[in-house]
Design a protein around this ligand. Structure first.
Ligand code: FE2
Length: 213
């Protein structure tokens, strides 16, 4: 199974989701993240924060994100446990084309073919524990998904606020104790979940793409 993930393209695995689920299941007790850096005091961060004031968000729901037929059986289990439209709401905006973000992805995070989205989670909502099978990136980059493997894919989370009482972000059973400006690398195989039990939105940016090393 190790070998499958190392050699099969992202698109091959995405078409046979069970291989990826089983692989991640085996890794669920591994460390799922690495602290990267804190950029809160940089001009770069100031520019990102300024840019965010101009963003319009779209509404999405976790339970809709697994709409592909192959993944329905995985989605069923979430619905069985009570997750649905009423408690998995997320406000989201894709911002990869914005110059300050593009520059940050390419030159600071060293990501090529990058995708970036702001996630603003309103109070009372969950993103229940899941793995990212790269559906969005694969849809945007079908040719590249034939070419690259999961281990070549990186994801970074930039937290835009200090963690407040009731804000949760958990990766492979580690609660991330972040402060504003922290960047965490979230490993591709990790199971992760977020929740917001505070009274204000929880906001972060997720960057993903192929590492340019
Ligand atoms: Fe995720």
């Amino acid at each position: 199974m190790q070998n499958d993930i190392d050699v099969l393209s992202i698109s091959r695995i995405a078409k046979n989701f069970d291989i990826f689920v089983n692989y991640c299941e085996d890794k669920k007790n591994d460390v799922g993240h690495t602290f990267h850096s804190n950029i809160a005091s940089t001009d770069l961060y100031k520019n990102i924060k300024e840019m965010i004031q101009t963003i319009d968000y779209n509404e999405m729901y976790f339970c809709k994100s697994y709409s592909e037929k192959d993944h329905n059986k995985h989605m069923d289990q979430y619905q069985k446990h009570g997750y649905g439209k009423a408690n998995t709401r997320m406000l989201r905006s894709e911002i990869a084309g914005v110059p300050v973000i593009e520059d940050f992805m390419q030159n600071y995070l060293k990501l090529k073919h990058g995708r970036a989205k702001i996630n603003s989670q309103p109070p009372g909502n969950f993103f229940p524990v899941h793995i990212d099978y790269l559906a969005g990136w694969t849809k945007q980059n079908p040719g590249l998904a034939e070419q690259y493997t999961y281990p070549q894919f990186k994801r970074y989370i930039l937290f835009l606020d200090n963690r407040s009482n009731g804000h949760f972000y958990s990766i492979n059973n580690n609660l991330i104790d972040y402060v504003e400006g922290d960047i965490v690398e979230q490993h591709f195989y990790s199971w992760h979940a977020t929740a917001n039990g505070d009274l204000k939105n929880k906001i972060l940016i997720a960057f993903e793409g192929i590492h340019n090393d």
